[in-house]
Design a protein around this ligand. Structure first.
Ligand SMILES: Cc1cc2nc3c(=O)[nH]c(=O)nc-3n(C[C@H](O)[C@H](O)[C@H](O)COP(=O)(O)OP(=O)(O)OC[C@H]3O[C@@H](n4cnc5c(N)ncnc54)[C@H](O)[C@@H]3O)c2cc1C
Length: 415
C-alpha cells in the first residue's frame, strides 16, 4: 500500500450511518477545514440503529438516536447529501459516481456503507418484514398488534429483540431457528439456555432445531412451512437471519475483500490508495486478534468512524479496541466485551444464571477472551480491563475474588 498524502483537501464519505457520520464529525472536531461530503442512501439524517428494535418498536418513541443534532452538519460545513446513492467507485481517477451520474472527486475516501438485512428466497409481500432502517421499524411496529400471530425466523439478536417488543405489544410470537438454543453461536449452550428460558417465560413459542422450507399464501392467509413438515399460520413474518455487508462498490472497484467485508489493515486502510473503510463492512486486521475481525455492532461503528478520521488526515494509527455490544430484551439488559468461541473456550459463571443476574466469562488457555454481564452493572470497568488485558486467571478467582484485584498491572495487550 502506498503511504497516504498528508494534507487532503476533499474527503468523501460513502454511507451516512453511524460510522460515516462519526467520521465526518470527528474530522471537524480535529480541526480539518477542507471539504467533507457525506452521502447517505436514506432520506433521514444519520442515526443509530439500536433503538429501532427496542424503544421504537415498543412504541416508546418515534425517533432513533441521531448521531448529531439536525443542524450540526450545515453548521460545521459538512455537505450532507441524503437520498444520494453512490453507484460507482473509480479508484484510479479518485472519483465516485452517484445514481444520477454526477461525479465527485476525492483526495481521501471513506467507505462506511454498513449492511443490509439478509432475506430468504420466496419470503416477500407486505406481511414479511426485515429490520434494518427507521422506515422498516415504523412499518413493522404497526403490525405488532394485540393478538397478531408473529412468526420470527432467526433467534439471533434481532429476532430476540423483536420477540421482546412483539410480546410487549400483545402479539403471539413463534421464533424459529436451526440452532437448539437462541444466540447459541455467540453465547454457547449454557448462556443460550438463559435466553431460551427468558423467552419462554415471556410467552414466546420457540421452535429450535428447524429451518423454514418455504412460505405460501393460502385462502386463509400466510403459512410458513418448516423442514420438519409442520406449518405455522402467520399474520406477520419477521426475517431476522443476519446482515449482509454492502461491499458491492468495493468489489466492483477491485478492492480486496475478506471475511465477508472489505479488507482493511490495522489502520483501516483498504487495498486501494487513499480509500479507508469503517463499521460493519470493515474486515479488520486487528492488532490483537489473529485472522480478520469484522464486527457488526454499534460501538465498533462509532469508534472506528471516530478513529479513522485521524488516519484520513494522514495518520497511521492502528485501531485496537475490543468488540463490545449490548442488548435489551424484556427486563434483561446485557453487555458483552471481547470475542470468544463458545464451542472452544471454557465458560465460568459468577452469580445466579437462573435469576438472570450474573456474569459470564470465557477462558482460553487460562486467559479471558470475553465477558458478559447480565442485569449486573457494577463491574463494567473491571470487565473491560479484564478483557482488554486478556487477564490470566483461574475459574475459582473469577467466581470468588474481587474482580478489581485480578486486573494485571502493565499487562501486555496481546493474544
Ligand atoms: C435493528 C438493529 C438493532 C441493533 N441493535 C444493536 C445493539 O443493541 N447493540 C449493538 O451493539 N449493535 C446493534 N446493532 C448493530 C449496529 O447498529 C450496527 O453494527 C451499526 O449501525 C453499523 O453502522 P455502520 O455505519 O457501519 O452501518 P449502517 O448503520 O448500516 O449505515 C450505513 C449507511 O450507509 C448507507 N449506504 C449504503 N450504501 C450506500 C451507497 N452506495 N451510497 C450512499 N449511502 C449508502 C446506508 O443507507 C446506511 O444508511 C443493531 C442493528 C440493527 C439493524
Amino acid at each position: 500500500m502506498t503511504a497516504p498524502q498528508s494534507s487532503p483537501r476533499r474527503i468523501l464519505i460513502v454511507g451516512a450511518g453511524l460510522a460515516g457520520a462519526s467520521a465526518a464529525a470527528t474530522l471537524r472536531e480535529q480541526g480539518f477545514d477542507g471539504g467533507i461530503t457525506l452521502f447517505g442512501g436514506e432520506d433521514h439524517n444519520p442515526y443509530e440503529l439500536p433503538p429501532l428494535s427496542k424503544d421504537v418498536l415498543l412504541g416508546k418513541r418515534d425517533e432513533p438516536d441521531w448521531v448529531r443534532p439536525a443542524g450540526y452538519y450545515s453548521d460545521h460545513g459538512i455537505a450532507l447529501h441524503l437520498g444520494a446513492r453512490i453507484t460507482a467507485l473509480r479508484p484510479a481517477d479518485h472519483t465516485v459516481v452517484d445514481a444520477d451520474g454526477r461525479e465527485y472527486g476525492y483526495d481521501r475516501l471513506l467507505l462506511a456503507t454498513g449492511s443490509r438485512a439478509r432475506t430468504l428466497p420466496g419470503f416477500d409481500g407486505d406481511d414479511v418484514h426485515t429490520l434494518r432502517t427507521l422506515d422498516n421499524a415504523l412499518t413493522l411496529r404497526e403490525k405488532l398488534t394485540d393478538g397478531a400471530r408473529v412468526v420470527i425466523v432467526g433467534a439471533g439478536w434481532i429476532g430476540c429483540e423483536v420477540a421482546s417488543a412483539a410480546r410487549a405489544r400483545g402479539a403471539h410470537v413463534t421464533m424459529i431457528d436451526p440452532a437448539p438454543l437462541p444466540l447459541r453461536r455467540v453465547l454457547g449452550d449454557r448462556v443460550g439456555q438463559v435466553f431460551r428460558d427468558l423467552h419462554t417465560d415471556h410467552g414466546v413459542t420457540l421452535r429450535p432445531g428447524v429451518r423454514v422450507s418455504g412460505t405460501d399464501i393460502r385462502d386463509d392467509g400466510r403459512v410458513v412451512r418448516l423442514d420438519d413438515g409442520s406449518e405455522l399460520s402467520a399474520d406477520v413474518v419477521v426475517v431476522g437471519v443476519g446482515a449482509l455487508p454492502r461491499t458491492e462498490l468495493a468489489e466492483a472497484a477491485g478492492l480486496d475483500l475478506a471475511a465477508g467485508g472489505v479488507a482493511v489493515d490495522a489502520a483501516l486502510r483498504t487495498s486501494a490508495p487513499d480509500i479507508y473503510a469503517a463499521g460493519d463492512i470493515a474486515a479488520h486486521d486487528h492488532p490483537r486478534y489473529t485472522g480478520r475481525v469484522r464486527v457488526e455492532h454499534w460501538s465498533n461503528a462509532k469508534d472506528q468512524g471516530a478513529h479513522v478520521a485521524g488516519n484520513l488526515l494522514g495518520g497511521h494509527d492502528a485501531y485496537g479496541a475490543d468488540p463490545y455490544f449490548f442488548s435489551d430484551q424484556y427486563d434483561l439488559g446485557c453487555e458483552y466485551r471481547g470475542l470468544a468461541d463458545p464451542a472452544r473456550d471454557e465458560l465460568v459463571l459468577r452469580g445466579d444464571a437462573a435469576s438472570r443476574v450474573f456474569l459470564a466469562f470465557w477462558l482460553r488457555d487460562g486467559r479471558i477472551t470475553a465477558a458478559l454481564n447480565v442485569n449486573s452493572w457494577d463491574h463494567s470497568d473491571a470487565l473491560g480491563a479484564l478483557v482488554g488485558t486478556r487477564a490470566h486467571v483461574s475459574p475459582r478467582q473469577l467466581t470468588d475474588a474481587d474482580l478489581n484485584t485480578l486486573i494485571p498491572v502493565d499487562a501486555p495487550h496481546h493474544r
